[in-house]
Ligand binder design. Structure first.
Ligand code: SF4
Ligand code: SF4
Length: 228
């Protein structure tokens, strides 16, 4: 398909490319010949796999974005970051208590938070990251869980944090504690689990498993869409 957009110049890991200026970073990199085998996922801004750092022409400032969402700009220098170096601690939710001590026990680095707000400024989801980190420190599990609800674990906050805190792991623990101990199980989830256990979906799953690729694709494309 013809693209009449203005051509802009970008640099991917230092290499110069001329690309249409209406493409996202991800599409521009593909236009330039890059094949994503890592660092790409849903392409819709939901999975957080394509965290990317860039610098604009004439600016020393490193900025972060999701490559599938951010439109390229002329003179942009782009570098994808390796998967975030987050050591995720393991725990058994059934053995935890929903309080600040629990979060600090698993993520003691939280106490180093400088309240600098760098994490909030780095978040492509516009999440109040510092606020949920601080809520976690205070043991306000509900606040931490709610403020971090839209986190997609892209890691851009962790990359920028001067105290080497990994906010998204903290938010995930807060949400798990909230769901397990504060909010409790949702009735509709319990109902659905019961339906699954009683075999309500067995026939449908069997039918899907017996379909060939073309039929599956047709079914997928004509499915009822609940999110647009
Ligand atoms: S809170 Fe951090 S990991 Fe979550 S979406 Fe924002 S920047 Fe990404
Ligand atoms: S960037 Fe790190 S130190 Fe600064 S407010 Fe966020 S979590 Fe705290």
């Amino acid at each position: 398909m013809e693209n009449n957009a203005e051509i802009v110049t970008i640099y991917v890991m230092g290499k110069k490319h001329n690309v249409p200026g209406d493409l996202t970073i991800m599409k521009a990199m593909e236009y330039a010949g890059h094949q994503f085998t890592r660092g790409a996922g849903c392409r819709g801004g939901y999975c957080g796999a394509c965290a990317t750092l860039y610098r604009k022409k004439g600016s020393y400032k490193l900025e972060g974005a999701l490559a599938c969402q951010k439109i390229v700009e002329d003179g942009m220098y782009i570098a994808q970051i390796p998967f975030n170096p987050a050591e995720k601690t393991t725990y058994s939710l059934d053995e935890l208590r929903p309080d600040a001590n629990t979060i600090l026990e698993y993520y003691p680095e939280l106490s180093r938070c400088l309240a600098c707000n760098t994490c909030t400024k780095a978040c492509p989801q516009d999440i109040m990251v510092m606020d949920y980190v601080q809520a976690s420190l205070r043991g306000d599990i509900e606040q931490a869980a709610k403020l971090s609800f839209d986190c997609i674990s892209c890691g851009l906050c962790a990359v920028r944090c001067p105290a080497e805190i990994v906010p998204y792991n903290v938010g995930q623990l807060a949400r798990r504690l909230y769901a397990r101990y504060v909010d409790g199980p949702s009735q509709h989830v319990l109902d659905r689990v019961k339906e699954v256990e009683e075999g309500k979906f067995d026939e449908g799953i069997k039918e899907l498993k017996n379909m060939d690729k073309a039929a599956l694709q047709e079914r997928y494309e004509t499915r009822e869409k609940i999110l647009e």
